[in-house]
Design a protein around this ligand. Sequence first.
Ligand code: 5RP
Length: 303
Amino acid sequence: MADNEGNIDAKDFGIGIPQKQEGFFLKGNENACYGIKSRLAQVFNPRSGRAVMLAFDHGFIMGPTSGLERIDLTINPLIEYADCIMCTRGILRSIVPPTCNKPVSLRFDSGTTILTSLNDETLEDIEDAVRLNASLLAVMVAIGDPDHEGSTIRNLTKTVDMGLRYGIPTLGVTAVGKNLTRDARYLSLATRVCAENGANVIKTYYCDEHFDQVVNSCPVPIVIAGGKKLPERDALTLAKNAIDQGAAGVDMGRNIFQSDSPVGMILAVREVVHNGATVDQAYDCYQTYKAEGKCPNACCCNK
Ligand code: 5RP
């Protein structure tokens, strides 16, 4: 208990100096509550305003896909290089060490797999997300899917409402599906619908034409998925193009963990996302790490 005697009188009131006000660095989240902003600032680096999220939630629809057969062996060594990890609660509880101390984008929906109809999803329990210390709730939204559009938008809405109760932001994930196109017109519509329904961040795909229009018409930050495994240089080019056109980061999986040098690749992606590297510089980073097991420059290790 504070002592009642011998206290020094308060006198430094800064009269005449307005209280410092800080804007929030992520677009569209200025008016969010403290808990949401605080969690977003764990995921996105306030210095660069960007994030390298490592996605390995694929098993919830794909089973043990290549690179994720033994997450303890392939993914755990990569976690230290990510700003945030995206996974299911099953993998979090069974394999990810709680000592890794990384913000978690928790896969918050589950349902069908690639064997059936994808995107027929239900939601998990918000209290479990709180127990797991989630920093983002990731929910799939299947815009344009006649069977699942309505239910997945309702899932997003419910997630946003539950997240708001506990100060946890929502990541709207625009769905994958055989009949869903990935051009700017579709992606603008899908990302905008997620944002209009309250998602704080949107995960979507890069498109070769007019991606800047997708970013600009979305009022909250966009992070891009990497998609199927590409040659490393192409994946770095995709990340670079997305960042140059306004993406706030990547939420990348296969192009990192299916690479022949996953650490080299995530370091190279970091160079693009956080340090403004060109594709050549980033590719050099990947190749050097692959050949020598160390980075070509100091900033590469600037996690
Ligand atoms: C699936 C997801 C995956 O996490 C995401 O697509 C994985 O990233 P990548 O495409 O880079 O492997 O959200 O809905």
